[in-house]
Design a protein around this ligand. Sequence first.
Ligand code: 5RP
Length: 222
Amino acid sequence: MTQDELKALVGQAALKHVVPGEIVGVGTGSTVNKFIDALAAMKDRIPGAVSSSVASTERLRALGIPVFDANEVGELAVYIDGADEIDPRGHMIKGGGAALTREKIVAAQSRRFVCIADESKLVQALGAFPVPVEVIPMAAARITRLFAAKGGQARLRIKDGAPLVTDNGQHILDVAGLRIADPLAFESEVNQWPGVVTVGVFAHQKAAVCLLGTAAGVRQLD
Ligand code: 5RP
């Protein structure tokens, strides 16, 4: 099976975690796009979605799925999103699609995080994938130095020849070379640095369930 087919497999499998009658939290990325496409089949059984990005909002609306502002609704039953890395305890690195801040907000608003990914995303320890960090631009150089002191090399994410601007009007640093032995402590520490909007380690909002696409079918990690 191709990676795209594995993503479609878990996107479809995630439907059984959507609670009929309840608004669903929707993440961002190519795996979530498969989920959104599958969700269209049950759009008459849910009021709609809260979305974590402009891109997902556009895709949901194009399929006729209403999108609510996070402020208009209370706690969500479930949030479904992909990951760049996931460890066996459900800690993740996210933000490859630059949507990490809104993803963390919607995840925090949800009772259960269901992660969907192809099996290549499962790792024993986080850190091989460069950690995305959304930053206020004027703090980027100082944050880069703070990561260097931890052995990390931070690079400003570039798109079309210019710094990528997130849905929130900020920049992304991608930090390579980190070994994240304690994801909870790492997330807490980096979140304190002035100018950090969001660090792409999801340990406080970790996955309750992970659906991994494999050649043998969907493997569930709880
Ligand atoms: C976007 C994300 C994505 O969930 C993550 O990058 C995985 O994306 P994909 O499903 O395309 O591999 O965190 O900010």
